[in-house]
Design a protein. Structure first.
Length: 135
């Protein structure tokens, strides 16, 4: 019998917000002249992370095997941790603290990725235990 994974469902919802938000309402700075800086690439990388998280979370919702579900959720947790470090650490953002990428995108993506990592990790632990592999 397939069991519902609340951790995977919440991670899927959060990953959708990461993917859509990184190119819209939580996205990086938009320059009036149409150019873009390195913060644009941070937003694009967050789009990729959000899509990866969505695929992993959706797969975790659809699989029946608890061990496989746990592995998918642990992989999602690792990808979410990577997402925490993309804006500002791995990809530089604008220099001014008042710019949109530093004032909106970085804190929002950090929070969303941390929540996704926590939900994925807890869901993975629960799936691992339900599979009978952990005590």
């Amino acid at each position: 019998m397939k069991r519902f994974s609340a951790g995977a469902a919440i991670a899927l919802l959060l990953s959708a917000v990461i993917a859509v938000g990184s190119v819209s309402f939580l996205g990086p700075c938009v320059h009036e002249d149409g150019s873009f800086g390195s913060c644009h690439w941070a937003g694009q990388a967050m789009l990729g992370i959000g899509l990866l998280l969505a695929v992993l979370s959706l797969a975790a919702l659809l699989v029946k095997d608890g061990g496989l579900r746990a592995g998918l959720l642990f992989a999602a947790a690792a990808a979410a941790v990577l997402g925490i470090f993309i804006p500002g650490t791995l990809i530089r953002l604008c220099g001014m603290a008042t710019m949109r990428c530093r004032a909106v995108m970085r804190p929002a993506m950090t929070l969303l990725c941390a929540l996704t990592a926590a939900c994925s990790l807890l869901g993975g632990i629960a799936a691992y235990r339900k599979a009978g592999r952990g005590k």
